[in-house]
Design a protein around this ligand. Structure first.
Ligand SMILES: [Zn+2]
Length: 278
């Protein structure tokens, strides 16, 4: 079968694919909202069900509990799936997430964020349609198309779908450590499928992402208000100390001033993989 024939088949399924995206955009799986936790879990279960329908074997991992809005609740499951176990093939691990950020019409949405809506130019709007339900669903649809056309996949695929990405991926680290020598043991490459297209027709392969480092500063000052006429100018003000400290972290152009922080950072490569730093 040619690539054209394959794509023709995919195009024919378009309405079905969009309908399924509509179905999952309508599940408000907001991970930071206590009220929505049941929807996050429902979304995870939807994926388990779909993976099994495709013939993948699944494993539902419960990563423990968290405290949210003062209540201790279960974290949503990490959904693991395996499609193909041929030892002669490489194994690809696909990561994605099924939770979303909150969305309210009052936030400035032109349409109901939980209802997938297509505009006159064919662009689809709906919370999670691109981050990250669309890409996750894309993998399932790709598997389905291969199955329908009886095309053998050139790789084994493992899936790791989490429901806490928009809330700091709480619980995921533990699952990764726990499964590193088990479920993920045979993985050769990882594809983080949580990215974007360049427009409506141009996919892109992202091969690098920036990271985030979190820091916390705790400053302690006087335990009570001090009279300005008596203490003014003689006692260190926590805010002044904080401004002084923060001002030493970066230059106005963004250069980080902390000694050694860039020591392990590789130079940016040019278009053809050559270093731009000489
Ligand atoms: Zn994302």
């Amino acid at each position: 079968m040619s690539v054209e024939q394959f794509l023709e088949h995919v195009d024919k399924q378009q309405d079905d694919y969009v309908q399924r995206l509509r179905e999952i955009v309508a599940i408000p799986s907001v991970s930071c909202d206590l009220e929505r936790r049941k929807d996050v879990v429902r979304m995870g279960e939807w994926l388990i069900n779909e993976l099994e329908k495709l013939g993948a074997s699944t494993k539902r991992v419960e990563p423990g509990t968290q405290v949210l809005e003062g209540q201790t609740i279960d974290l949503p499951p990490v959904v693991l799936g395996t499609y193909g176990t041929d030892p002669a093939k490489k194994t690809l691990l696909v990561y994605g997430h099924y939770d979303v950020q909150p969305a309210l019409k009052e936030d400035g949405w032109a349409t109901d964020p939980w209802q997938l809506t297509e505009d006159s130019q064919g662009r689809m709007y709906g919370r999670g349609s691109t981050d990250d339900k669309g890409p996750v669903l894309g993998w399932l649809c790709a598997l389905q198309a291969h199955k329908e056309l009886n095309i053998e996949l050139p790789v084994n695929i493992k899936f790791c779908f989490e429901g806490m990405e928009e809330s700091g991926s709480e619980g995921l680290d533990d699952v990764i450590h726990q499964e590193a020598q088990n479920y993920f043991k045979d993985v050769d490459v990882v594809c983080i499928s949580d990215n974007y297209w360049l427009g409506k027709t141009k996919p892109c392969l992202t091969y690098g992402l920036r990271g985030v480092s979190y820091y916390r500063i705790t400053l302690k000052g006087p335990a009570q208000d001090l009279h300005s006429g008596v203490f003014g100018g003689t006692v260190h003000e926590p805010m002044t100390d904080l401004v002084n400290l923060m001002a030493r972290l970066v230059k106005p152009d963004g250069t980080i001033l902390i000694p050694g922080i860039l020591d392990d950072v590789l130079p940016v490569t040019g278009k053809h993989g050559h270093s731009t730093r000489t």
